[in-house]
Write a protein that binds this ligand. Structure first.
Ligand code: C2E
Ligand code: CA
Ligand code: CA
Length: 407
């Protein structure tokens, strides 16, 4: 008996777009040699797709998936860029015997496991099993459902408070997409964004999120005049800053909602900017001109070239939750958080830490002089009504006390 394990490098397309083919190939060959080095005996490793590595080991080897992940997820430096690869892993036990499936069937099965790992978000793992076969059928059903979901208004923004870590006051919200599925219940974005992209409906999602969030924020500002400079940020999806009419759409949304300048904030990731910095700079400036403010999302996970930052009209840096969540255990993360905060100060950018899950992290962030945070320690993304209650309470007593995360 053997085990077949496939590691699929997440977000390779973005890496490719940002670094170009040649550098991406360097990354891939570095990963391949790491994998080979991690399994010196009894194993054969191969690159089986553009971004996939397979390894076959005897079933007696222990912790194979874990070792594949360990080997592939080490940070590496290529041509001056720091890369933090994450990998989705699918595993399959290969049994011998007369009824054994052939190679093509084995690959199909292990790919299904990889798909399922990916559906769980970046860095997931899954083993092949019967249930996955019916999942792929249900994917078809989901696809039909999703087309209808937009029409029926089942896709809605939830709102996660972004809090002033010093005072506990709500500074703004991040709108996060949720699908209120009539049978499945609340579906998180990781489970339908991929499908939305496959269906070519990403722009529709972006517009829907912007329109509804702006409308909601305007309502809150009207009912809670004390909220002052409250903002709401909306995520742009990969490639959205390149789409035609984005600026016109944003301008219209802001105008129709009557929001003050800067209240609608758009979150963009590094990969989006690195693809074509000149073009991105123009679009970002036009977005500012029509009254949006701008945040650089997941800062630190991308392809850290800092030179562009000073030249782009961002208002906010968001430190990726990976660094925040590990800052009490990992000195490197703590240093990165501190230097991002310093960078923000030097460039006059507001810095928001993601992933503030507990009071200790909030304290460490304050120590690092980071002023804003969002995370489960304050609140998860809430339905609009609950978000408003949260806001009202914060306005009443000026603070949103951090809760210890209940396990
Ligand atoms: P993101 O932009 O990094 O959003 C933050 C994610 O972190 C959210 O996951 C949020 O629920 C989660 N989070 C918040 N606080 C904590 C915490 O303390 N600990 C941990 N571990 N996680 C925390 P969510 O809502 O599942 O969204 C996942 C991703 O999906 C988002 O990552 C964003 O990239 C994407 N997304 C969500 N809504 C939209 C949307 O409307 N449009 C687009 N294009 N992407 C969206
Ligand atoms: Ca975001
Ligand atoms: Ca983020």
């Amino acid at each position: 008996e053997y085990e077949l394990v496939v590691g699929d490098v997440d977000r390779l397309r973005r890496l490719n777009e940002a670094l170009g083919h040649e550098r991406t190939d360097l990354v891939l060959s570095a990963l391949a040699s790491r994998l080979a080095a991690a399994f010196p005996q009894d194993a054969s490793a191969a690159r089986i797709g553009e971004d996939e590595f397979a390894i076959i080991v005897p079933k007696t080897a222990a912790h194979t998936s874990y070792r594949v992940r360990e080997a592939l997820e080490q940070p590496l430096r290529v041509a001056g860029f720091d890369i933090y690869p994450t990998v989705s892993i699918g595993a399959l036990v290969v049994e011998g015997g007369p009824d054994a499936p052939d190679a093509a069937e084995l690959l199909r099965r292990v790919e299904l496991a990889v798909e399922s790992a990916k559906a769980a978000g970046r860095g997931g793992s899954a083993a092949y099993g019967r249930a996955l076969e019916s999942d792929s059928l249900s994917r078809l059903a989901l696809e039909a459902d999703l087309r209808n979901a937009f029409v029926r208004g089942e896709i809605v923004p939830f709102f996660q408070p972004i809090v002033n870590l010093n005072t506990g006051a709500v500074a703004g919200f991040e709108a996060l997409a949720r699908w209120r599925h009539p049978r499945r219940g609340l579906v998180p974005p990781d489970e339908f964004l991929g499908l939305t992209a496959d269906l070519g409906m990403m722009n529709e999602l972006g517009l829907l999120m912007m329109t509804q969030s702006a409308r909601q924020l305007a309502e809150w500002l009207e009912r809670h005049p004390l909220a002052g400079r409250l903002f709401c940020s909306v995520n742009l999806s990969v490639g959205e800053i390149e789409r035609p009419h984005l600026c016109e759409d944003v301008a219209r949304v802001i105008k129709e909602s009557g929001l003050p300048r800067g209240a609608l904030k758009l979150e963009v990731t590094e990969g989006d900017i690195m693809r074509d910095t000149e073009r991105a700079a123009e679009v970002l400036q036009s977005l500012k001109d029509v009254g949006a403010s701008l945040a650089l999302d997941d800062f630190g996970t991308g392809f850290s070239s800092l030179s562009y930052l000073a030249r782009l009209p961002f208002d906010t840096l968001k430190i990726d939750r990976y660094f925040v969540l590990t800052m009490n255990k990992d000195e490197g993360s703590a240093k990165i958080v501190k230097s991002v905060v310093n960078l923000g100060r030097d460039l006059s950018l507001e810095v928001v830490a993601e992933g503030v899950e507990n009071a200790e992290l909030a304290r460490l962030l304050l120590e690092a002089q980071c002023h804003y945070g969002q995370g489960f320690g304050y609140a998860p993304a809430l339905p609009a009504q609950e978000a408003e209650v949260y806001l009202a309470e914060s306005l009443a007593d000026g603070s949103a006390p951090i809760k210890q995360r209940s396990a």
